[in-house]
Design a protein around this ligand. Structure first.
Ligand code: ATP
Length: 437
């Protein structure tokens, strides 16, 4: 049997829409650039990815979770350097007025939209933070920003968490939450969004030990992506040669999307830059007191892992997408080979025919398994068609109830990948799911 990988993000986007994974935001009004809505299957998939991340990060003794607010005191963004430095260089085509990131377009070539050659404006800096205001008074003191990253909510809570949870170095703080960037050129489906979700963890360490922790997190984070079911040959590290002035090591984990290798996650060793700046701007002492070393005081160093949730979901979808040709062209099927742990639907319950006696048994099974795993009930169309639909949304198991089921109290369970079928006793379905998921 031959198979093909995903050819383009467009193929994925159309499947994702047709099957209820992702819809354009406010689609009936023409949408909004860089914003997408997760549909019923998309949110299951995304929640499964987030749950895996959350458990891998916070179900251990040295990392605590938080959920900081999106709006913060505006001084946070001065201290972090975002007000001063969070710019992308932008150019406009003089002819059609289309806007591009100067670092992503060849300024001597033709405009990618209208084809006019070399007619770009000078590059100007464009701050990516969305600005808004709090309260009714419109003056500069009311300005706030939608956070462009979740990390700062962690830095400003460093001592709150350390003190209340009685943590000792090294320890980390993890958070999943929305971030907003007014990207000049959003696109590539959910790759570059204006509203997206980050999964970030800041690990606070003693100065001088950061390289050891950086190397350990680099390995752990790669392992996490592999355990999402992504193929090894589609993942790689990209070591940063040019570092931000405050960083002493940085590496990206990249995935080979249909259009090429792109960043999914960054692992950065950020020295004491962030906490030092917050200490300076807030005038609060943010030092850690090391009781194991004569109450020595110092500002910890930070190694961070910063992953895009939507990009992880996109990579998982791209990687799972397979078109299979088992020989007979009529048999061609699209199958999402999701890892069972993150597949949105774990089992579909399918009465062979729309007959009350079959549906009564099927419905009972469906109600029962729904208590422990997300499942679907489907009676419409031929059984072959229903299998194809479940293949396309990546459901690992289909349970079919036929006339034999009424007498032998068994059902047929079909495996998504091998398409092999086995008879399983109805009272053993729970155990089957426990053993196989
Ligand atoms: P890029 O170079 O793609 O603009 P970045 O290097 O600015 O990204 P970081 O600031 O390191 O990204 O953000 C950490 C992670 O957040 C990224 O690895 C990515 O997964 C995710 N991310 C950043 N910007 C976006 C976006 N506009 N849409 C979706 N995810 C994003």
């Amino acid at each position: 049997m031959s198979e093909k990988n995903l050819a383009s993000l467009n193929d994925l986007a159309s499947m994702a829409k047709r099957r209820g994974f992702l819809f354009q935001s406010s689609e009936i009004y023409g949408g909004l650039g860089g914003c997408w809505d997760y549909g019923p299957l998309g949110i299951e998939l995304k929640n499964n990815v987030k749950e895996r991340w959350w458990k891998s990060m916070t179900y251990r003794s040295d990392i605590e979770g938080i959920d900081a607010s999106i709006l913060m005191n505006a001084t946070v963004w001065e201290a972090s350097g975002h007000v001063e430095n969070f710019f992308d260089p932008m150019v406009d085509c003089k002819k059609c007025k289309s806007r591009f990131r100067a670092d992503k377009v060849d300024l001597t070539a033709a405009c990618p939209v209208c084809g006019t050659k070399g007619e770009f404006t000078e590059a100007r800096n464009f701050n990516l933070m969305f600005k808004t205001q709090v309260g009714a008074v419109e003056d500069s003191s009311a300005v706030v920003y939608l956070r462009p990253e979740t990390a700062q909510g962690i830095f400003v809570n460093f001592l709150n968490v350390q003190g209340t949870m009685r943590q000792k170095l090294p320890f980390g703080i993890a958070q999943i939450g929305k971030a907003f960037r007014n990207e000049i050129t959003p696109g590539n489906f959910i790759f570059r969004l204006r509203e997206f979700e980050q999964m970030e963890m800041q690990y606070f360490v003693a100065p001088g030990t950061q390289l050891t922790h950086f190397e350990a997190w680099k390995e752990l984070r790669m392992k996490w992506h592999l355990e999402n079911g992504i193929r090894k040959e589609k993942l790689r590290y990209l070591v940063h040669e040019k570092l931000a002035h405050y960083a002493d090591h940085a590496v990206d984990i990249e995935y080979e999307f249909p259009g090429g290798w792109e960043e999914m996650e960054g692992i950065h060793s950020r020295t004491d830059f962030d906490l030092r700046r917050h200490q300076e701007y807030s005038k609060k002492n943010l030092q850690y007191v090391d009781q194991s070393d004569g109450n020595k005081k110092f500002i910890p160093y930070v190694v961070e892992t910063s992953a895009g949730c939507d990009r992880s979901v996109l990579a998982v979808m791209c990687d799972a997408y397979r078109v299979e040709f088992p020989g007979d062209p009529l048999q061609e099927r699209v199958v999402m080979r999701f890892h069972k742990k993150i597949a949105p639907i774990k089992m579909a319950v399918l009465p062979l025919m729309k007959k009350p006696e079959l549906e009564a048994v099927a419905d009972k099974i469906y109600q029962e398994i729904q208590k422990s795993v997300k499942s679907e009930y489907d009676t419409s169309g031929s059984i072959g068609k229903r299998y194809r639909r479940q293949d396309e949304i990546g459901t690992p198991y289909c349970a079919t109830i036929d006339y034999d089921s009424l007498t032998d109290h068994k059902i047929t369970i079909r495996d998504r990948d091998s398409m092999k079928q086995e008879r399983v006793a109805i009272d053993q379905i729970d155990n089957f799911l426990k053993d196989n998921l």
